[in-house]
Structures are given as structure tokens and as C-alpha cells.
Design a protein around this ligand. Structure first.
Ligand code: SF4
Length: 689
């Protein structure tokens, strides 16, 4: 037995799925994954994981892994050596840059990859290729929340820690489904609610699992969150329940903001949102009576044309009631991917250097220019949305994308496809031959987290280390090594030998990470940024000051806008979201036997009223159409949704079921995040069960 045990390897890693950031040991023997074992020492999850973290690892050893570089020849892809593939990339990128300028090339980063890899990729785009056209998938999800928080409190991250949510008196969940999207975090809320008398309010179009358990579930009309949140805020002020001392000492802009609330009367809110006055008063009263309130929100808020504005309204409500800077309070935009926070933090954004310092700021830029020995582009680059538009216009000529299946996850997929088709050159670097890879000219085989070292940052700004378990499969390589090789072909002289050196460089340049070192992240240790040079981290933000020069928060007046209307014939509202067993486009989870056995494909939730009216039976196959495309899905008749509101689970790699065949290019005005949640569709029955 001891011989056998000796061959079993235990390696600490961090989950590859959601933004909660569970860590655990993975037990392996040769290339076999034996089990996943969480530990009481894991800072976020302790002994818990969800099904994805526990059973979602088959993809690593999938037969479908890319093992060799591929080069397009006509309609086919031919296996190539690294040498050949890198030569093609270097030649084509140089040619296009010389002919059309550095801004004719776009760079899409990955929230599945490490902080170090994202750091290197933005360095590659900026320092080697000379453009700020670099972005990541936060553009599809939480950019509006980041923007709303940057405006009001100065930092675009969760205010405190996940453990802290458990200590809150009242948890207010808006447009999020943590029980499926952030399961281990939801467990903390469930436990606190059940055992410690924590109060729970859920505002959602669906009666999701937390809504079922909540003390109060409110169901406003779609796209009206800003109105009812502002009405609740106004009611609180009208009752004299605002946190006077906190506001006087720590917040700017109070009078103007209060004046702006005038229109948000209970009557107006009732008419616009469909919520009753009693419900609004109950929300306000519960907030008033709670000693500490934290607000959790996700895509149900952000994926709207006024996502940034609504996020601002939520932050304002927390400020008005003094719910920042103390344990159990604050804003928690729940991050989707395991490292979407880190991808933003480490600079794969068109506006920011690592650590949220503006690319347009001369003194910041000078610091990077000095360190990197080059001159850097001064103007803000294109974001994902703008890149797609510029591709379609024929202005963006080339794209380098890694670990992101944009052809499935971006809205209005048909429009994205036509953009890709117009590119002169496209590089896709991924673990699998994705939908997006079909458009590529060169495909590079990358290694997943179990085959490399690095760090991920979860939704609560926690940086955690993951360790290499296996050698990369075939000729695949860690993304950071690939970037180094590509960069060196294009004139760089990089010689990083380990990701820790990349982190050292990031820490030396970005004050937010000043004290981050691999030594401080050994074992189960982790750090929540900002991290001071002496290694002191920050589990709870804003205890003394907000992140502005004068240390004071700012109440910013948000404005509501009418949602996008598809037209009269599209008389149903389609909402969409995740389910517990699958993740995003499903490239990883659909390769796990257990998960796919449990949930083989997506489905459409249809209310009992609508089913009766339209003669839809459980299991019927229906076609949904929008002005942008159509999908075929199975209907499930349920009371989780209401009236003419439909819900489609979004995790599908199958084109004919993928929700983004239906979504539009309408977007949040401030951040260009697609308005995925504003969708009118019509429904026809194809066949009954
Ligand atoms: Fe992974 Fe999220 Fe599940 Fe934790 S809750 S195991 S991080 S998917």
C-alpha cells in the first residue's frame, strides 16, 4: 500500500471555473486525476466545493486537446511545428503592422488564464506591438459594475471578503443566481440565513434557489432596476433614515443626489417597475433595520444598456445608508470566471495599465516606458465591442486571441462571425479547437492550469497560487511561454524562466501589488489587494478612506434609459443565465462525463400561463427567433418564471441552441457591455413531446 501511496501526488490548485476561487488539493497518479480534496485551510471554501470544482476536470485529459500548432491551408488546418507556426505569426503581424499601423491589430485576453499570462499579454500588445487594443471578457460581464464602483467608491472590486458576507445582517441579491453561478459563496449565505438569522432579499426575474429561501423575493419588470433602487433610496431619505454622520464625514455630492431622487416616488416606481408600494417600503425598512447590509449583483444588473448606471444606483444606496467600510457591508459584484478579476487587474484592458492606472496618464506611462525601454501608445485602445465593429468595417485587420471563445460568448454571434471572416489574419491560442478557432489562420496549443504555475485572483481580490501537476500534453505549452516565444520573434528579448519573475515585475510596476511575491503565496497563503510593500493585504476596503484623493466617496447621479425593444412581433422577453453543472460556453464542462450525463443540453423555461396560452407541453421543441437569428430548444414548463418572460440556460457550445444567436449588439453606454438581458423574441412550436 505504501508503494502505491508513494506514487500518488497531491498538488494544491485553484478551481478553474467560477470567481469564488475555491482551492484544494488534487490527487493524481501519473496522468490520472484521482480526487479533489478541499482543506480546512483553504481561505475561501474550507472543506466545500461545488460539482464543477469536484468533477469538472476531465477536460484536461480529453482526447480533444490540441497537441500541435495548426496552420490554415484553404479550408483545412495542417499540423505544423512551433517553428513554422511562429514564423507565420511573426511575418503576418509585422506585415500588417507596417502596412496598416499598430492599431490595426486587436488582442483578446483570457479570464481562464493566469495573472502572469495576462500581464505578459498586455505587455506584448503595448510594448512590442505598440497598441492599447487589448481587452478581456469582463467586457461581457462585470465592466459596468467596475465602472459604477470606480465612480462612487474608487475601486472596481468587491468591498470585502466572501467570509465577511456570512457576517452581514442583511444580504441583498440583485440580478444574480449565486446558488448556481457562485455555489460555494451561496452556501455561506444559506448557512448564515438558516442558522444565524441573516436576512435575505432577492430581486430577480426568476424564482431561483436563493429567491425561494429569501425573506423577500421581489420581481420587478425587466430593465427597471435603477428605478426601484432609486425609489427605495428616496424613501429611506424621506424617512430621515440616511446615515447622517457617515455622509457628512465621508461622502461628497449629497445635496445634488438627494435632489435628483425627486422623480423616484413610490407611485412612479410602482407604475414603471410593477413592484407594489408595500414591497418597496418593505425593502427600505429591512435595509434601515439591518446593522450591516451587503449588496451582491451580477449579470442581471450589468448586461443592460444602463448597467453602469444601475450599478451606480446600488453603490449610492449603500453610501446613503452608511453600508461601506465595516464588516458585513459593501458592494459585491460577483465575478464570473475564475480569473476575470485578475485579467482586469493585470492590465488586459484598453484604458488601464495593471493596477488600474490610466494608459493616458503621462507619469504612469513614463514609469512603464522606463522599465520596458520603449515608448508606449498614448491613447486608449479599442474594447471587444469596438473591435468587432472595426472588423466588420474592415478597419481591424488582425486579431490575436487566447483562451476565449468569442464566437459563442459575445452577443449577436452572426455579426461576430462576419467580423472574423473579414480579418486578414487571426491567431487563436487555446486548449481546444473552439468555435472561434474555426476562423483562425494559426492555432496554437495551450496548456490548462494543471499543466503550469501561476496565480489567479478571485472575486474578492484574493490572489492565490496554483501549481503544476502534469507536463503539458503533446506540443502544447503554457500561455506565458508562448507569448515569450512570439514576442522574441518580433524583436523582444524576454527571458522569463518562471511565472514568479513575471509577478515580480508586475509588483515592481503596479503599486496595487507592491508586496505580492510567490513566497508570500506559498501553501494555502493568499493576499487580497491592495498589498503594501511589506506584504500587508486588505481584506476589507474603505475602513478609513475611499479611493479618491480627498478620501471621500462620491454620490453620482445615474440616469435610467428605456430598454431596447425588438419590435411588436417579438412579444416575449428572453432572459438567460448559467446553470450549476456547466460553465459558460461549455468547452470544459461538456467534456466531463459526469456533468454532461447529469445535464446534457440547455433548456428553455416557460411559465405555466404562457404554456397554457400557447399550447406548449413540457419537453416540446420550440424555435425562438429575434431580429438577429434563431435557436431550437426544448421547453420546460415551470413556475420559476412568470408570464411572458422566458429563461434560456446559456451554456451551450451547440450553435443551434446558443443564446447569442439571438442577442443584439445593443450595449451599456458607458462600457459597451452587451445588453444580453434585453431581448425580445417570438416563439413557435416545432414539435410536441
Ligand atoms: Fe469552483 Fe466556483 Fe464551484 Fe468553487 S464554487 S468549486 S470556485 S466552480
Amino acid at each position: 500500500a505504501s508503494m502505491r501511496e508513494a506514487r500518488i501526488k497531491r498538488t494544491k490548485t485553484v478551481c478553474t471555473y467560477c470567481g469564488v476561487g475555491c482551492s484544494f488539493e488534487i490527487w493524481t497518479k501519473d496522468r490520472k486525476i484521482l480526487k479533489v480534496e478541499p482543506s480546512v485551510d483553504a481561505p475561501v471554501n474550507g472543506i466545500s466545493t461545488c460539482v464543477k470544482g469536484k468533477w469538472g476536470w476531465d477536460y484536461v485529459n480529453s482526447e480533444e486537446r490540441l497537441t500541435k500548432p495548426l496552420i490554415r491551408q484553404g479550408d483545412e488546418f495542417i499540423e505544423a511545428s512551433w517553428e513554422e507556426a511562429l514564423n507565420v505569426i511573426a511575418t503576418k503581424l509585422t506585415e500588417i503592422k507596417e502596412k496598416h499601423g499598430p492599431d490595426s491589430i486587436g488582442y483578446i485576453a483570457s479570464s481562464k488564464c493566469s495573472n502572469e499570462e495576462n500581464f505578459m499579454f498586455q505587455k506584448f500588445a503595448r510594448a512590442i506591438m505598440g497598441t492599447n487594443n487589448v481587452d478581456n471578457c469582463s467586457r461581457y460581464c462585470q465592466s459596468p459594475a467596475t465602472a459604477g464602483l470606480l465612480r462612487t467608491v474608487g475601486i472596481g472590486g468587491d468591498a470585502g471578503s466572501i467570509t465577511d458576507i456570512g457576517s452581514s445582517d442583511l444580504v441583498f441579491v440583485i440580478g444574480a443566481n449565486p446558488a448556481e453561478s457562485h455555489p460555494v459563496l451561496a452556501t455561506r449565505v444559506k448557512r448564515a440565513h438558516k442558522l444565524h438569522g441573516q436576512k435575505l432579499i432577492v430581486a430577480d426575474l426568476r424564482k431561483n434557489e436563493l429567491a425561494e429561501r429569501a425573506d423577500l423575493h421581489i420581481h420587478p419588470k425587466p430593465s427597471t432596476d435603477l428605478i426601484w433602487i432609486s425609489a427605495v433610496t428616496k424613501y429611506i431619505v424621506d424617512q430621515g433614515w440616511e446615515a447622517r454622520e457617515f455622509l457628512a464625514n465621508r461622502v461628497n455630492g449629497l445635496d445634488e443626489y438627494i435632489a435628483s431622487l425627486e422623480i423616484y416616488t413610490l407611485e412612479y416606481a410602482e407604475e414603471m417597475t410593477g413592484l407594489s408600494k408595500e414591497e418597496l417600503i418593505q425593502v427600505a425598512t429591512m435595509i434601515h433595520e439591518a446593522k450591516s447590509v451587503c449588496a451582491l449583483w451580477a449579470m442581471g444588473v450589468t448586461q443592460h444598456m444602463d448597467g453602469t448606471e444601475t450599478s451606480t444606483a446600488i453603490s449610492n444606496l449603500l453610501l446613503i445608508t452608511g453600508n461601506y467600510g465595516r464588516p458585513g457591508t459593501g458592494a459585491y459584484p460577483l465575478r464570473g470566471h475564475n480569473n476575470v478579476q485578475g485579467a482586469c487587474d493585470f492590465g488586459t484592458m484598453p484604458t488601464w495599465f495593471p493596477g488600474y492606472e490610466k494608459v493616458a496618464d503621462d507619469s504612469v506611462r513614463a514609469r512603464y516606458e522606463k522599465a520596458w525601454g520603449v515608448s508606449l501608445p498614448t491613447s486608449t485602445g479599442l474594447d471587444n465591442h469596438q473591435m468587432v465593429e472595426e472588423m466588420n468595417e474592415g478597419n481591424l485587420k488582425a486579431l490575436y486571441l487566447f483562451g476565449e471563445d468569442m464566437a459563442i460568448v459575445d452577443s449577436n454571434s452572426n455579426h461576430v462571425d462576419t467580423g472574423f471572416e473579414k480579418l486578414e489574419f487571426m491567431v487563436v491560442q487555446d486548449v481546444f479547437f473552439t468555435k472561434t478557432a474555426q476562423f483562425a489562420d494559426v492555432i496554437l496549443p495551450a496548456a490548462p492550469s494543471l499543466e503550469k504555475d501561476g496565480t489567479f485572483t478571485n472575486t474578492e481580490r484574493r490572489i492565490q497560487r496554483f501549481h503544476r501537476v502534469f507536463e503539458p500534453v503533446g506540443d502544447s505549452k503554457p500561455d506565458w511561454q508562448i507569448f515569450q516565444e512570439v514576442a522574441n520573434r518580433l524583436g523582444a528579448n524576454w527571458n522569463y524562466t518562471h511565472p514568479s519573475e513575471i509577478m515580480d515585475e508586475a509588483a515592481s510596476l503596479a503599486p496595487l501589488f507592491a508586496g505580492v511575491t510567490y513566497e508570500r503565496l506559498e501553501g494555502w497563503n493568499s493576499l487580497q489587494w491592495p498589498v503594501a510593500a511589506d506584504g500587508t493585504d486588505t481584506p476589507l476596503l474603505y475602513t478609513e478612506r475611499f479611493s479618491f484623493e480627498d478620501g471621500k466617496a462620491r454620490l453620482v447621479i445615474p440616469t435610467w434609459s428605456e430598454p431596447y425593444e425588438a419590435g411588436e412581433e417579438y412579444d416575449l422577453h428572453l432572459n438567460n443565465g448559467r446553470l450549476l453543472e456547466h460553465f459558460h460556453e461549455g468547452n470544459m464542462t461538456y467534456k466531463s462525463k459526469g456533468l454532461t450525463h447529469k445535464v446534457p443540453y440547455p433548456w428553455l423555461e416557460v411559465s405555466k400561463e404562457l404554456a397554457a396560452e400557447r399550447g406548449i407541453t413540457d419537453g416540446a421543441l420550440v424555435r425562438l427567433s429575434s431580429p438577429y437569428g434563431h435557436v431550437k430548444v426544448q421547453a420546460m414548463v415551470t413556475d420559476t418564471v412568470r408570464g411572458k418572460e422566458l429563461y434560456l440556460t446559456m451554456n451551450s457550445a451547440e450553435d443551434e441552441m446558443a443564446v447569442n444567436r439571438l442577442t443584439s449588439s445593443y450595449h451599456d453606454k458607458e462600457t459597451h457591455t452587451p445588453a444580453y438581458k434585453e431581448m425580445g423574441v417570438k416563439m413557435e412550436i416545432i414539435s410536441e413531446t
